[in-house]
Design a protein around this ligand. Structure first.
Ligand SMILES: Nc1ncnc2c1ncn2[C@@H]1O[C@H](COP(=O)(O)OP(=O)(O)OP(=O)(O)O)[C@@H](O)[C@H]1O
Ligand SMILES: Nc1ncnc2c1ncn2[C@@H]1O[C@H](COP(=O)(O)OP(=O)(O)OP(=O)(O)O)[C@@H](O)[C@H]1O
Ligand SMILES: [Mg+2]
Ligand SMILES: [Mg+2]
Lengths: 154, 165, 154, 165
């Protein structure tokens, strides 16, 4: 496990700095517990700011940090497909672009299924599916081609 | 290996037989609030062997069976079939295509299917071991679950890492 | 208190049905507890759907229900000002319009201070303030006039 | 009664003296992630007498004092002044305009001010009693707190109703 911790830490450092365009981050084992039950803490510093307790981070900074953590693991140990349900809700437009860029970089290796309301994310997709309820209470799915999808950003 | 197709019927708001054909790359699902997008995510989790109905926002098992609308009666069964392209044989079986199926009846009876033959839930769970498509994995991030990585316990993060290694 | 419960229930029914364009809702005291310590449960039915346990609701439906609850109280017992921090994050465009319409209806009586990333909400405002960090890590606030604000939807 | 103006200095990311003049009606605050919007909400909560630093995303009291950047040193004090238009005399005092102020020093010392005269924290809290601008009220809904109404305990909902009545 400690072997893997080194790799995970490495991947997280790299992914974090890439996705935030700077800053520093690392994964550390909790000190005050027995080795086998020690949890993993995240220590980080946003670009230009000082290292601070995680709680002081903004909603969007937290969301993007969690995304960096997940993506760091995906790069290290890919899964065949990854389903993401509205994980981009808290991101501003700039961070949304970074997030979608990352998706595109990994899309050769991993199939992504992304539920979203955000236009920028929709535009990053190669296949769009619209879910609707023409009959109240009963779902129905249709395949949408990319140009119509912009107006489907509901 | 990738998720090729989902067939959903009687599962939550999917009263009618619904087929969703997916492609490699980035698949986007959009739609208004409450129309069924997260229900699709629940369907994937469920057919992969999710045993805890609370992870699917339910309280009792039959909550995931279509329970009717103003105009339509409840149904007696929920079923989800997931077809996976296995041409790279990431799953340790000879088939190039695998269909995993799950049914739940209001009586409480369940069925699990692997390419049409009846199996047990643990056979389905075992099939996917090592692929990362697991319970503690990070292959499905549900709505509102993202923050758990930071807000959750340090030990949960360890479990995620252990699952990955 | 039970007097107030009746008023609150009434206001919630009305607000819910208005904001969802249908459906039913009510506030009920928990049965299985002593009167003084009984909590308040919410029972509801979305338009066209059957009454279901709250957990089965979608992210957006839950958000709008919470908004209906808060607004029901605001109509009953207004506060001088109300600060809302990104409460519109989970709403689709249609529900966003309903939410902003409600804000406008109450804005004569209550001063709203709304933090948002959503264009529709920004357009409902009469005064816009942009917060930025020209120096990394140090916040700065400027008043924006309404026409520029559309491009500030970050 | 409405919130006319906020003056913030040394509070969280507001290192420099910042004045925000608000109007009746709908005031919108926008900006990128992490630029300080929720910090403004925290400042309002804090100056109204929030005693629990965890409600402001802090762990210890001095977390709310500007703690520096790559290029600027930490500061020794956080202060927030909130000016309220009281021409309708909703607040039971003779003034048509009220300024509530709060300071915190790194030493741990605190100051509370009401129109420039030193008061205790409970005087500030009492001033706002009955207006709904209270601890359990619904006048400030922080980021991510909305869902609490549904996800929280039934008893918490009761407390909110009791606060309102
Ligand atoms: N067993 C069931 N029978 C019928 N309808 C159900 C059942 N379970 C859930 N639903 C309905 O499905 C809807 C929720 O769908 P879902 O969570 O997929 O929405 P969503 O598209 O993700 O919306 P959002 O964008 O708001 O997250 C709810 O209206 C709920 O009432
Ligand atoms: N005491 C402090 N000193 C300096 N910076 C601080 C302090 N406390 C918090 N911050 C910084 O303030 C930023 C958070 O600001 P805030 O939560 O207001 O962002 P926001 O504009 O609401 O963003 P979002 O849109 O992502 O919610 C963080 O980057 C945090 O590091
Ligand atoms: Mg959803
Ligand atoms: Mg914020």
């Amino acid at each position: 496990f400690s072997q893997f911790m080194l790799l995970a830490n490495e991947s997280f450092k790299r992914t974090f700095t890439e996705i935030f365009g700077g800053g520093e981050a690392s994964l550390v084992l909790e000190e005050d517990s027995h080795y086998l039950s020690a949890g993993v803490d995240i220590v980080l510093k946003m670009p230009g700011k000082r290292s601070q307790p995680l709680n002081l981070l903004s909603g969007g900074e937290k969301a993007l940090t969690c995304i960096a953590f997940i993506f760091a693991l995906l790069r290290l140990r890919p899964v065949p497909f990854c389903l993401l349900d509205e994980i981009d809700a808290a991101l501003d437009e700039t961070n949304l672009m970074r997030f979608t860029q990352f998706l595109k970089n990994m899309a050769d290796e991993i199939q992504f299924i992304v539920i979203t309301h955000r236009q920028t994310t929709i535009e990053a997709g190669s296949n769009i599916y619209g879910v609707t309820m023409p009959q109240q209470g009963i779902s129905s799915v249709l395949s949408i081609n990319v140009s119509d999808s912009i107006s489907m950003a509901i | 290996m990738y998720l090729k197709r989902l067939d959903i019927k009687g599962f939550k708001s999917f009263a009618n037989e619904t087929e969703i054909i997916l492609e490699p790359g980035i698949n986007i699902i959009v739609g208004p609030n409450g129309c069924g997008k997260s229900n699709i995510a629940d369907a994937v989790r469920w057919v992969l062997g999710e045993g805890n109905v609370r992870q699917l926002r339910g309280q009792k098992n039959e909550d995931i069976i279509f329970n009717g609308t103003d105009k339509q009666k409840p149904q007696g069964m929920a079923m989800v079939d997931m077809t996976i392209d296995n041409s790279d044989h990431m799953l340790p079986v000879e088939y190039g295509e695998i269909t995993v199926g799950r049914k739940l009846f209001r009586s409480g009876e369940s069925e699990y299917l692997l390419n049409k033959s009846r199996v047990r839930m643990k056979d389905i769970v075992n099939l996917f071991t090592g692929t990362g498509l697991g319970k503690r994995g990070y292959s499905i991030i549900g709505q509102g679950e993202l923050e758990q990585v930071l807000n959750g316990q340090a030990f949960d993060r360890r479990l995620i890492l252990e699952e990955a290694s």
